[in-house]
Design a protein. Structure first.
Length: 133
């Protein structure tokens, strides 16, 4: 039986298994590294900040933001069905203060169409406003 090859974005690592915590964080992820090595990780998008689904460390989150965050993660779960998740790690494989792997997230479907989650989140109104702007 032949497996269908999926186009992998340049510099990206395939995420074999994951759960969406919110629209910018994949938890319980298994990331495939070169040479058949895999690591368990939580992955955090470093190019956008999605609306929160619950409280945020050190700050209050409004009920309206929580509602947007819950809708975002529900839509992202639906969008992810039948697609492969990839992470393009930040330079040097950086991690944040919580130990999460940082990078850009992209979903690729069987037709090799890419959905970059930053653009998806922004175009659907699922991002948090930038402070100071």
């Amino acid at each position: 039986m032949l497996a269908m090859a999926i186009a992998q974005p340049p510099g990206a690592l395939q995420v074999e298994r994951y759960e969406w915590h919110d629209a910018d964080t994949a938890t319980r992820a298994v990331v495939r590294l070169p040479y058949g090595v895999s690591i368990d990780a939580t992955i955090r998008a470093d190019d956008y900040d999605a609306a929160e689904v619950g409280s945020r460390t050190g700050s209050d989150v409004s009920e309206s933001e929580k509602a947007i965050g819950k809708r975002a993660v529900e839509e992202l779960r639906r969008l992810s069905v039948g697609r492969t998740l990839y992470v393009v790690p930040s330079k040097g494989g950086q991690r944040d203060s919580f130990g999460r792997l940082l990078g850009q997230l992209v979903l690729v479907d069987g037709g090799r169409r890419e959905t970059w989650l930053r653009e998806w989140a922004i175009s659907n109104g699922f991002t948090r406003p930038k402070k100071g702007r």
